[in-house]
Design a protein around this ligand. Structure first.
Ligand code: NDP
Length: 610
């Protein structure tokens, strides 16, 4: 779709760069992340779990081998691997009413994962499950979380609707003491932390937001009692006589807007920055194809490796198994980099190739808006004027079409955002839009301190708080082990592969490390493992930020990828192994295979060994 109409007015790369810079300038704000409002105080009720009742229970006071905070993918895959390794008493502690993490909370209509199910859904091979579509919808992913829970008996010791309030190392017993908001106080030989990067909902800090007298909710707490319908996409019949506002046009809004458009009497979508919305091209899974592809054991690891190699500069295998929108951009960059040239490419040439591939891709995405959206003014406002990876790329086949419906109105704020919320509605561009309901598609906290997002602190050796230890930014080896926090494992993205296009890959890999280390300790009779400080220093030292990403993000439109357009700061979402994700996964596999676990120091109570 390169008819060029979309960019007719902005020809030439200099003009595009200027347009991108101008659009970025409109959105830069001095308050950065502080522009957002936490859901505390008067807003705390918006965090109530609408999906399951909190059941009263007695406080727990016992001991388990492993306590794992968080029942999302990190907890599920780590607990599953530990169970496979023979650890029977693994306790998941979860603030939600069940397993699933992101997929427990995000049940908004149309919720779906943009990463191919073959690589996104963990443990497909172990569970023998065939996804029903190339890109799975949320209910199916949540069902898969429950399947993993059942297969590995993860409900057995789990505590739901329970928030951890403190985790303290008891040096005399070499155990962790875990406390919760339900009065629990129990001990664990090991703790795992899988509290997730995007789970604390935030609201835009719009003046008057607390004065609205209509109904309001955040997309991660969808109120089906108010809207009607269900997570599978049944019509939301209770909106038939309602005027609804959606604030935000990120990946979540892109998915729920078509459903609101089909149900609401009138829908106003308030936009600060348009998303780039490429084709989705979803289709049902072909069982014959699936059987053939999965016939050879180890198929899911091969798919994971192939995807990461396609997405990693300089790797680029001959085949592209996933072949989706993510690998498309990588393929274009590769095509430019491998074009004949007189000598080796220097850094400036690499940046230019990256930029040219991006211009081409974004021109196609802008042209797609013209091709789909009938009203030319609306189409113009829906065009994203930044580079594709500045914000989370979106893929959807109905989002743009929704703006052709007579009841759907885009309110573009020219980068300024909503000006005010009043008791009756939403104000933007000097106009008040009276509405019955506001849906906040305003995202989640990113870039704030990890202990703030987790909701508790940890006390390690010698009374050192994790928040203090990480006050200058996260410190770890592999993103998993932290010096001074023995027998603790962090199952998350940062400082390992940091592979964003397929987040679960990071988690399933970290889970392998945890299970291998715990098995080694069980076999060898060790009861304490800590990370040597020098090993942590050495790991941090090599985590050079990727120079291409750094230079690229600095010029990006503000968003959580670049800390709202400010210095990345110590809690940046980026920062991983300097040789890239594919090299990281090879490195860590070799680290595990040696059985030496370099950097870790094992001991039996009181006596260092190994
Ligand atoms: P985002 O943080 O991506 O989007 C928040 C939206 O709210 C942005 O459009 C933002 O505008 C807008 N906003 C903030 N303040 C204001 C304001 N004052 N006035 C008007 N608009 C405002 O959150 P999402 O929930 O959409 O997505 C979060 C992440 O979750 C994604 O980035 C993705 O990683 C993941 N996700 C993945 C999905 C998938 O696989 N398809 C689906 C959904 C989510 P601005 O851009 O200007 O800041």
């Amino acid at each position: 779709m390169t008819d060029g109409r979309a960019d007719a007015a902005v020809s030439g790369h200099d003009a595009l760069r200027q347009r991108y810079a101008r659009e970025r300038g409109k959105r830069l704000r001095p308050d950065g992340n502080d522009q957002y409002t936490r859901l505390t105080g008067a807003f705390a009720a918006m965090l109530t779990d609408p999906y399951s009742e909190r059941v009263e229970r007695e406080p727990v006071r016992d001991h388990v081998t492993v306590a794992f905070v968080g029942g999302g993918f990190a907890g599920l895959v780590t607990a599953a691997r530990l169970k496979q390794a023979g650890i029977r008493d693994v306790r998941i502690i979860e603030k939600a009413g069940g397993l699933g993490g992101t997929w427990y909370w995000n049940r908004y209509p149309g919720a779906q994962c943009d990463t191919a199910a073959m690589i996104y859904m963990p443990l497909l091979e172990e569970t023998g499950y065939m996804p029903s579509e190339l890109y799975a919808h949320a209910p199916e992913i949540l069902g898969h979380c429950e399947r993993i829970g059942r297969q590995y008996a993860l409900h057995d010791h789990a505590l739901f609707h329970t928030q951890v309030t403190g985790v303290d190392w008891d040096a005399s017993r070499c155990l962790w003491v875990v406390r919760t908001d339900r009065g629990d106080q129990f001990t664990a030989r090991y703790v795992g932390l899988g509290t997730g990067p995007l789970h604390v909902p935030k609201l835009p800090g719009i003046p008057g937001i607390g004065t609205f007298r209509g109904h309001a909710f955040h997309t991660s707490r969808w109120d089906y009692a108010y809207t009607g319908g269900d997570p599978a996409g049944a019509p939301m019949e209770r909106l038939a006589d309602k005027t609804v506002a959606v604030i935000g046009t990120g990946a979540t809004a892109v998915q729920c807007v078509p459903h609101l458009a089909a149900s609401a009497r009138a829908l106003y979508v308030f936009q600060r920055t348009p998303s780039s919305v490429d084709e989705r091209g979803n289709r049902p899974m072909n069982p014959a194809w699936f059987s053939a592809v999965t016939a050879t054991p180890g198929w899911q690891d091969r798919w994971l490796e192939n995807f990461v190699a396609n997405m990693s500069a300089g790797e680029w295998p001959a085949d592209d198994l996933v072949h989706d929108g993510w690998t498309d951009l990588a393929r274009r960059i590769r095509g430019r980099l491998s074009a004949p040239r007189s000598g080796p490419a220097d850094f400036a040439e690499l940046l230019a190739d990256f930029e040219n591939a991006d211009f081409e891709k974004m021109s196609e995405i802008r042209a797609r808006v013209d091709a789909v959206v009938a009203d030319s003014t609306t189409a113009e406002h829906l065009k994203a004027w930044y580079r594709q990876l500045c914000k989370r790329p979106c893929f959807h086949d109905e989002y743009l079409d929704a703006y052709n419906l007579p009841n759907v109105h885009l309110v573009d704020t020219d980068g300024k955002g909503v000006a005010q919320v009043t008791p009756e509605g939403v104000v933007a561009g000097g106009l008040e839009y009276p509405v019955d309901c506001i849906v906040y598609a305003s995202g989640f906290e990113v870039g704030t301190e990890p202990t703030r997002r987790a909701g508790f602190d940890m006390t390690g050796r010698d009374g050192v708080l994790l928040s203090e230890y990480w006050s200058g930014g996260m410190r770890s080896m592999h993103g998993v082990h932290v010096h001074g926090f023995p027998n603790a494992f962090f199952v998350q993205l940062g400082q390992g592969a940091n592979f964003l296009p397929n987040v679960p890959h990071n988690l399933t890999d970290a889970a392998k490390s945890v299970a291998v280390v715990v098995s080694h300790m069980t076999r060898s009779g060790y009861n304490v493992v800590d990370l040597a400080r020098e090993a942590e220093d050495a790991w941090i030292e090599q985590l050079q930020p990727n120079p291409v990403m750094t230079s690229f993000l600095a010029d990006c439109t503000p968003g959580y990828y670049n800390n709202e357009g400010r210095d990345p700061g110590p809690n940046s979402v980026f920062g991983g192994y300097s040789k890239g994700p594919a090299a990281y996964f090879r490195y860590i596999e070799a680290w595990r295979r040696t059985g030496r676990f370099d950097g870790l120091v094992f001991s039996r109570t009181g006596s260092a060994a190994g």
